[in-house]
Design a protein around this ligand. Structure first.
Ligand code: CAA
Length: 258
């Protein structure tokens, strides 16, 4: 995709890094940016030369939320017709792992986009929250659901009802993010982790991600059955034979992604 207006794409080996690129508005997520992002995720998901995706912004902002100027005059019926947030479900359905590399503001839709990712590496300058209440609305792209599952009811309620921002350290303590590093290293750290995951067998990575995500949508009973089926399915992969043979022969496995 060469005609990106609001995103930058960088590739290194099996890792693709997408950078949100509207720095003049702290990467506010307008509809054009989100449409580009969803299309890019779709195309990277189908691209066999990509095994892991990093999503980042810049040092000052991962993203400061949905674009307020684009919504300020909209009616409910217009918002319904745009149906913007339902398109975000396509990010949830990306099969490859997505690592968010977050610095500065991750607010409102920016926080919700972060929570669509599978792993989050943050800089020590990150400020994370759901401040929609302060402009007369509430989270609309999953914030009330994903935040609550990630940090529990009482903290989610506080964040959603007051709009208070969490520091990176607080977000780490609350289990919302994986790791905090000094600001100069957050992207490098996320890309290092992405490289590590991209050196794992891709079919197993895919089915494992799918099984973890399943736990959000189902009962323990059905989730366990789903997990077991994915586990058994991996016995039909060449990489499973290679992985176990390499272990027994005390050598490094060579993954084919088959
Ligand atoms: N939408 C549109 N523009 C935004 C924006 C947003 N969400 N956030 C920041 N900007 C713009 C500002 O309007 C400003 O543009 P101008 O220079 O043209 O005035 C520019 O980015 C820089 O912002 P500030 O001057 O405000 O920067 P600051 O450092 O003083 O403050 C901030 C930073 C605290 C993040 C502040 O910009 C802010 O509060 N932003 C809005 C955060 C917010 O409410 N997000 C939720 C949006 S609603 C939503 O996301 C719904 C949903 O669930 C999907």
């Amino acid at each position: 995709m060469s005609d990106l207006k609001n995103l930058l794409l960088h590739r290194n080996g099996f890792v693709a890094t997408i950078q949100l690129n509207r720095p003049q508005v702290l990467n506010a997520l307008n509809m054009e940016l989100m449409d580009e992002l969803i299309a890019l995720f779709d195309s990277l998901d189908k691209d066999a030369s990509v095994r892991c995706i990093v999503l980042t912004g810049n040092e000052k902002a991962f993203a400061a939320g949905a674009d307020i100027k684009e919504m300020a005059n909209a009616t409910a019926v217009e918002m319904l017709a745009r149906d913007q947030f339902s398109k975000w479900d396509r990010i949830r359905k990306v099969k490859k792992p997505i690592i968010a590399a977050v610095s500065g503001f991750a607010l409102g839709g920016g926080c919700e986009l972060m929570m669509h990712c599978d792993i989050v590496i943050a800089s020590d300058t990150a400020k994370i929250g759901q401040p929609e209440i302060n402009i007369g609305v509430m989270p609309g792209a999953g914030g009330t659901q994903r935040m609550t599952r990630a940090v529990g009811k009482v903290l989610a309620m506080e964040l959603v009802l007051t709009g208070r921002f969490l520091t990176a350290e607080e977000a780490l303590q609350a289990g919302l993010i994986n790791k905090v590093v000094p600001v100069e290293f957050y992207l490098e750290e996320a890309q290092k982790l992405a490289k590590e995951i991209s050196n794992r067998p891709p079919v197993a990575v895919r089915l494992a991600k799918e099984a973890v995500l399943k736990s959000f949508d189902t009962t323990m009973e059905i989730g366990l059955e789903f997990e077991r089926k994915n586990f058994y399915l991996l016995f039909s992969s060449e990489d499973m034979r290679e992985g176990m043979a390499a272990f027994i022969e005390k050598r490094k496995p060579e993954w084919k992604g088959k």
